[in-house]
Design a protein around this ligand. Structure first.
Ligand code: ATP
Length: 355
């Protein structure tokens, strides 16, 4: 099956300012976003997510490199010539207009017939489940309702690509969870390519078909949520998404030697190199002390989280390992600080990161 590419950035560089004071907001970014996917740009504040979105929208031009849409170079096209729309964090609604007028605004500006604008606005309001509020002024709406109006307005001209810049960050947690589901549904029902920006790793994991993880103006890894979580490309990705144990070791003959034992790993690393082993807390199991093939460890602390208990331990060289255990299991095992245990990692779960 051939996958068609909706949006592409090719070697995009964006520098702000001159000389010593110049900031490279984007540093040679290349990424392909597929037709009809929910693609998320994830990274910490200042890593360049918004800048990449603004290049796609046409609000900024790249210092060098290209932006393509459906394979066509649109780098020089102004925003209004691109079949792209943006939903901003601030919504940017017109407070003096009604909900329906807000939603129809873009179409009206394009000079579409009045009946068509009204019909399309009504359809969009049904899509976001706001039919009953069509005649309200937007200043009389809750935050979540305003967000839906902003979405309906952005979807009304049927863009090929919808850009969403942290659209849920102004909402409280409960509403944000509701809107996450709502956004997924909207993307699914419309089939429009969504490019979503967030710094919230959980939001990215739960909503996306694929994620591009960014740091300091670069895209470090692109993959499905499962790929990114289970096969992080490097230490930054492993630590930014989920919790990870990092253990220093030495790779030789398909194994990593670390304090008190060896862990078999997939080959592919240079023979005889120092490495870091990355293991998720839920991939660490506790067995009897001195069990064959286990790493000896001492329990330091147990932190109860309801369903889970986090068991903090030290290996023989003092490096810390956290295991996430089901509370029912750890309760029965009678674990307590000072207990000596053995550690094993779920087969294939330990990732080798080159130093
Ligand atoms: P946030 O999550 O905080 O919005 P972000 O990942 O979206 O961050 P950008 O807004 O793309 O990051 O900014 C990337 C870098 O470029 C930052 O260092 C920022 O200060 C800088 N930058 C962005 N826009 C401009 C501008 N117009 N002039 C100068 N520097 C800018």
């Amino acid at each position: 099956m051939t996958v068609s590419i909706a949006v592409e950035a090719r070697n995009a560089v964006k520098a702000f300012g001159q000389g010593e004071a110049a900031v490279r907001a984007l540093d040679d970014v290349s990424v392909q976003i597929r037709q009809g996917e929910f693609f998320t740009l994830l990274g910490p504040s200042g890593c360049g997510k918004t800048t990449l979105l603004r290049l796609i929208a046409g609000f900024e031009t790249p210092t060098s490199g290209q932006i393509l849409l459906d394979g066509k170079d649109i780098t020089a096209d102004p925003p209004n010539r691109r079949p792209v729309n943006t939903v901003f964090q601030s919504y940017a609604l017109f407070p003096h207009l009604t909900v329906a007028q807000n939603v129809g605004f873009g179409l009206q500006m394009q000079g579409r017939p009045r009946a068509e604008v009204a019909d399309r606005a009504a359809k969009m309001l049904t899509l976001v489940r706001l039919d009953h509020l069509a005649q309200r002024k937007t200043s009389q709406l809750s935050g979540g309702q305003q967000q839906r109006v902003a979405l309906a307005r952005a979807l009304a001209p049927q863009p090929k690509v919808l850009l969403l810049d942290e659209p849920l960050s102004a909402l409280d947690l409960k509403l944000r969870k509701e809107m996450q589901i709502e956004l997924k549904r909207l993307q699914h029902e419309t089939g429009i390519t969504f490019v979503f920006v967030t710094h919230d790793q959980e939001e990215a994991l739960t909503m996306s078909d694929r994620i591009g993880v960014m740091s300091a103006g670069k895209i470090l890894q692109v993959g499905s949520p499962r790929d990114i979580y289970t096969r992080p490309a490097n230490r930054f990705v492993a630590s930014f998404i989920g919790e990870t144990n990092f253990l220093p070791g030495f790779y030789a003959h398909g194994q990593v030697a670390l304090a008190g034992g060896h862990v078999p790993v997939a080959a592919g690393t240079k023979e005889g190199s120092t490495v870091t082993l990355a293991v998720r807390p839920e991939q660490v199991r506790l067995v009897a002390a001195d069990a064959p093939g286990s790493l000896p460890a001492t329990v330091r602390d147990l932190v109860y989280f309801g369903t889970d208990t986090h068991c903090h331990m030290a290996l023989s060289d003092g490096s810390e390992v956290v295991a996430r255990l089901q509370s029912s299991v750890s309760g029965e095992a009678g674990l307590e600080p000072g207990a000596r245990v053995g550690l094993v990692f779920t087969e294939g779960a330990a990732q080798v990161l080159e130093d």
